[in-house]
Design a protein around this ligand. Sequence first.
Ligand code: SF4
Ligand code: SF4
Length: 304
Amino acid sequence: MALDEIAGLICSKLEEGGYRGIVLPIEHVAQLKNEIKERLSQKEIDAGLYDKYLNYFKFDVAASLPRIRSIIITAAPQPQRKVTFHLNGQTYVVIIPPTYYADTDDQIKDIIENVLNVDGYQLHRAALPLKLLAVYCGMAKYGKNNITYIEGLGSFVRLRAYLSDMPTGRGDWLEPQVMKECDKCKACLNGCPTGAIVPDRFLIHAERCITFHNESSEEFPEWIDPAWHNSLIGCMKCQIVCPVNKRYIKWVEEGEDFTEAETELILSGVPLDHIPPETTHKLNRCYMLDYLDVLPRNLRALLK
Ligand code: SF4
Ligand code: SF4
């Protein structure tokens, strides 16, 4: 197939499956790295946060995968999930925000590999800043809350990125855009309980964001009011009040139901090898195994 025909086929097969996809030449990884460096030097990104999160990213793709030629960015619509816990005779229903469920990852990977394998190309997972990639390639726009929004999906999406040795021609690399709906709207700014979203700058104060704190294993700072906690992990407050998400906020699907004994076990913070297989399966099905270290603290905050 001609250059870009395979990329086009990947995108159309993803669309057929209800997903979105954009393919870019690998050169944009270096561009992305430079953009982040520039933001760091302009103090638009906090150096402490960079050390904590951004160092996870692998920009030096050529070192480990020298034949890589393209990046494939994908987006999958995702609902919120309701997960139920029981304690002391009470039932507690808590929310897991859309981005954490990874059940669409395998389907997306299969769709892409089915196209690539015909010509013998490979697919690898990429560790790259997904929100930045999505806005630079034009797939998404930013909201005032620094969340990425995709036309027709709102912010109820899960982004992924892959690398391939499939060559591709050119791809759009655009200045990040903010949604026009944000021009006259302050709903997220008013709805954020912590004051992380401010009127005088685009970047939110990430160190004030509940997600930053409840994904970290450190103790919650004292200034966080316990009443602000609203999700098992992450925070939905600024997405729920956003008018762009109006069509999606009631899209909530049933998740797992943890018995009283399982709830007590999770709250006790026992390591994975002390959790019975049935409970481990439940935690796995709600994609919480990677968050076992923070679950007891987060759950306790919600059950208070
Ligand atoms: S709530 Fe309003 S300002 Fe905030 S992201 Fe949504 S549209 Fe933009
Ligand atoms: S995720 Fe929560 S804490 Fe963070 S900016 Fe949005 S509303 Fe504020």
